[in-house]
Write a protein of this length. Structure first.
Lengths: 303, 352, 259
């Protein structure tokens, strides 16, 4: 029975949707439609608002005054903000590099594990994310405190004689950041490592390459898409992060995320906060565009 | 098929959640206040007495309250802003005038706290709790007992201070060390303050407005710039804690109950405010949170309700500051356009 | 990958990383039983915090809100996101590049900027902040993640099955429903799981778009830990982990049975 034999009477709407059924372009637009509409309303328009907001002024009591000015952007040229931006980039960069270094061997191990075990191992990485993010950080504070677990343990086994001053230092911040972002690096890496065929490695071995050379020349280059995807997933949010530096670093550093948040909630200078947001977004867009142009944007981001 | 089961499961769960939630608007009060500031016992008692359920949403700073309300967040009936925030809100027409005929318990308020400078005539607010900002230290740990803010700059305190993560409070302290008004708008004075603040940074171990007393109790810090409530909580756990108003002066704050404009449940809001001012309710607050009560009927009642608590309330400088303490205390006042100056200093110093 | 067993150092290393991930969780759980209120030193075993948790109205309300928002936003985002994935992976239409870029915006935009823009938007159109605004916001950031996951699954999809189905007389709709969808279902479910996780743990965006009576668990926990970090919060976490373990254990078991 072919399509033509389906009685038109039974499904009257068939005739209405004829174009839809027969034109792939119409189908594509139909499927993409809801997403586009939704995102235009809830993403594009709000962003346009923020852009407009960045050109307005702050009233005496923190309200928004409809007076055009570009001072907010001029303020951003102050070296102070360059420094803050620099710090944020540094935090993002270090977090990404550390996650990559720590996560790569792990992703490699899981990719080589028997198939049955792999989903379990991956799931185990994700499970802690189902607890609350704030509480995980507080657990770290308990561990890293002067009288916390780490110090108590190290003192007990005699490796150190005085408690290490870790908490409320940049080291603690990095420990916390890497903790939060590790899964976002491991998962894409795993995806691209898993695709590497046995055959290629065997071929390398057959041609006389020792394991380390096979790794450097075959495995590593083939895992680059995974590394890029992981970098994007870690670097961008890490740059705008302020909760972990506040809680684990004692709120002693001012990062771009703090600045933006402060403008909206403390100084109540919404226009300036909007301008700073625009700057941050511009940076992330540039970064993403550059990377995706290099390696495509897609599967390796996934689980 | 599996996908149907899961989809059905989702939908059923969603419907259940919608069904068992959502109060009908009539018998509800939406309270928006600092977290850990209104005892559950008080809310439960209010519900028992009036049948009105209370939704308690929280914010963690006055600025957050202001920002949210200015952004158009509505639906709140009662809020608890501090002194300078009330001043701003009145100027911006953000508060409803109170119908005092519905708040007879207002008579319980200590006369010292009525008719405040930020709300002349008590037209928009009634006092909730008040307190001070001062210097707290652990006398068993500090190298010497500080008596002035300036002492905190001493290298002996390197990396041993915890201070509030609040620009106005901390810059205020720095200004007081320099002998200036903590609410100054003079850019030259503020610039000096910035330099002096930078000098304090090596001594600061962490900024924490939420629970600075934890840092003292677990030994991370030896002294700090904190609110009286933090000091009192620490004192409850460790009698070595001392709380003073340094010679240069300290801070004082007043929190108040108010009704935002266009609150959906005005009657419930007024009933709530009146209830809170009663001694039986007020004492629940003092029992649970160690701030100072502006309610004289409450303190009177406390003498018989819990004599031991009354005694410790009266004894500790955090809850019952001496006249001398109070003489040196200045509140924070709104500085209008200079707000951005203060914020800039904060950004610059922290951004170093 | 090679069937050789991985080197010993690699195994030890991986174990250590897992330890890094799990030690804080274990500590959290253990200390949910601590007698001392300030949770600084261990003082003894007690279940009182769990009891307190069940009597805590605000926490229960927050839990209800969180689940409601997560379930609804996941459902909507999964449907819309899957459709978008199909569109991007299989069709060409005018505006393709723009659609693709548009979809990636929520992923690359910093959360704080997204939260603020949504707050500004809702306040401009005078849409009352509450459960609805939070849900709408969550859907916005979930759609792209679902779409990405499903796209990956579609990537290796063999169209010949679909062609066979159509040859046998089924129209597009029936083919989709009975052939395509079941095949991509693992991807759709993965996407849904991801969306659910993101929604459950979201703090920043929810913070900016919440209104009266619409506190969620992450917000509530954050304000709970502000004043004093009592073990009640640990108890909440421990329960959460336990529940998740149970659910996933059940679904693993169910999958094994099916296989």
């Amino acid at each position: 029975m072919t399509t033509a034999q389906v009685p038109e009477k039974t499904f009257p709407w068939f005739s209405l949707t004829k174009t839809l059924r027969e034109s792939p372009v119409a189908q594509g637009l139909f499927l993409m439609g809801p997403t586009n509409t939704y995102l235009i309303v809830f993403m594009v328009i709000p962003l346009i608002l923020v852009t407009v907001l960045s050109f307005l002024s702050r009233g005496t009591y923190g309200e928004v005054v409809y007076k055009f000015n570009i001072e907010n952007y001029l303020r951003l040229f102050d070296p102070l903000y360059a420094k803050i931006l620099g710090y944020s980039l540094l935090v993002g960069f270090l977090t990404t590099v550390l996650s990559l270094l720590i996560g790569y061997p792990m992703a490699y191990y899981i990719a080589r594990a028997p198939a049955r075990q792999r989903s379990l191992l991956l799931f185990l990485i994700l499970l802690p994310f189902w607890t609350n993010f704030i509480i995980r950080i507080y657990a770290w504070i308990m561990i890293l405190r002067s009288e916390g677990f780490l110090n108590s343990f190290l003192l007990w086994i005699g490796v150190i004689h005085e408690p290490l001053n870790i908490l409320y230092t940049p080291t603690a911040v990095l420990i916390g950041m890497v903790y939060e972002f590790l899964p976002f690096m491991v998962l894409p890496l795993y995806t691209s490592l898993e695709k590497i065929e046995n055959a290629q490695l065997e071929a390398a071995a057959d041609l006389g390459a020792p394991p380390w050379k096979a790794f450097l020349r075959v495995t590593l280059p083939l895992s680059v898409p995974g590394m890029i995807a992981g970098t994007i997933l870690v670097f961008i949010p890490a740059m705008g992060m302020f909760v972990v530096p506040d809680l684990m670093g004692g709120a002693k550093t001012m990062l771009i995320g703090n600045v933006i948040r402060n403008q909206f909630l403390t100084a109540r200078d919404w226009p300036f906060g909007a301008a700073a947001s625009m700057l941050l977004m511009l940076l992330t867009m540039v970064f993403t565009l550059y990377y995706t142009r290099k390696a495509g944007f897609g599967e390796e981001l996934l689980l | 098929m599996k996908k149907y089961r899961i989809a059905t499961l989702f939908i059923v769960v969603a419907l259940l959640l919608v069904a068992c939630g959502g109060q009908k608007a009539s018998n509800v009060l939406n309270l928006y206040a600092w977290s850990e500031y209104v005892p559950q016992a008080l809310l439960d008692d209010f519900t028992t007495q009036t049948g009105i359920k209370v939704n308690y949403d929280t914010y963690s700073s006055n600025e957050e309250l202001l920002a949210k309300l200015q952004a158009g967040a509505s639906g709140y009936d009662v809020i608890i802003p501090s002194d300078y925030t009330v001043a701003i809100m009145i100027k911006q027409g953000m508060l409803e005038e109170l119908d005092h005929s519905k708040i007879p318990h207002f008579a319980n308020v200590d006369a010292r706290f009525t008719n405040p400078e930020f709300d002349p005539g008590d037209k928009y607010t009634v006092p909730y709790q008040w307190g001070t900002t001062g210097l707290m230290y652990d006398k068993s740990k500090v190298p010497f007992e500080p008596s002035r803010w300036a002492d905190l700059w001493d290298p002996a305190f390197a990396n041993r201070l915890v201070v509030l993560d609040d620009g106005r409070e901390i810059i205020g302290v720095v200004l007081q060390t320099l002998g200036y008004d903590k609410n100054t708008t003079d850019p030259a004075q503020l610039d000096e303050a910035k330099q002096k603040f930078l000098e304090l940074m090596p001594n600061i171990r962490l900024f924490d407005s939420d629970s600075p007393q934890s840092a003292l109790l677990n030994g991370e810090a030896w002294a700090g710039i904190v609110w009286n409530g933090n000091a009192a909580l620490a004192y409850q756990e460790d009698p070595n804690i001392v709380y003073i108003c340094p010679q240069e002066g300290c801070g004082i704050w007043f929190d108040n109950l108010a009704i935002p404009k266009n609150a959906p449940h005005m009657d419930a809001a007024l009933a709530f405010i009146n209830y809170v001012l009663s001694p039986e309710a007020s004492v629940l607050i003092t029992e649970e949170f160690p701030y100072s009560s502006p309610n004289s009927a409450c303190l009177e009642y406390l003498k018989t309700y819990d004599a031991a608590l009354y005694q410790s309330y009266m004894d500790f400088s955090g809850t019952n500051p001496s006249a001398d303490f109070l003489a040196h205390a200045t509140p924070i006042r709104d500085v209008g356009d200079a707000t951005t100056l203060y914020d800039r200093i904060w950004t610059e110093v922290k951004g170093e | 990958m090679s069937e050789k067993k991985p080197a010993l150092w690699l195994r030890i290393y991986t174990f250590l990383v897992y330890a890094y991930i799990y030690i804080p969780i274990l500590i959290l759980i253990i200390f949910s039983f601590n007698k001392q209120k300030l949770n600084i030193r261990w003082e003894g075993f007690t279940l009182q915090w769990y009891e307190k948790l069940f009597n805590d109205h605000q926490v229960l309300l927050a839990t209800r809100n969180t689940l409601l928002i997560a379930v609804i936003s996941t459902l909507v985002a999964t449907v819309i996101g899957t459709m978008a994935a199909l569109a991007l992976q299989r069709y060409h239409f005018p505006g393709y590049a723009a659609s693709e870029t548009l979809m990636y915006i929520p992923i690359v935009i910093p959360e704080v900027v997204m939260g603020i823009s949504l707050l500004a938007f809702f306040s401009l159109i005078k849409f009352k902040l509450g459960l609805a605004t939070i849900t709408l916001s969550h859907i916005a950031f979930n759609i792209p993640f679902v779409a990405l996951v499903v796209r990956a699954r579609l990537h290796g999809f063999d169209k010949s099955i679909e062609e066979a189905s159509m040859d046998l007389g089924a129209n597009e709709l029936i083919t989709f429903w009975r052939v395509t969808l079941p095949t991509i279902m693992p991807g759709v479910l993965s996407g849904a799981m991801l969306a659910l996780t993101l929604s459950l743990d979201d703090y920043v965006i929810t913070y900016f778009t919440a209104g009266p009576g619409s506190t969620t668990l992450p917000l509530r926990i954050f304000s709970m830990v502000r004043f004093t970090v009592t073990p009640e919060v640990n108890a909440l976490s421990a329960l959460w982990v336990a529940i998740v373990f149970v659910i996933l254990f059940i679904s693993e078991y169910a999958q094994r049975r099916r296989a």
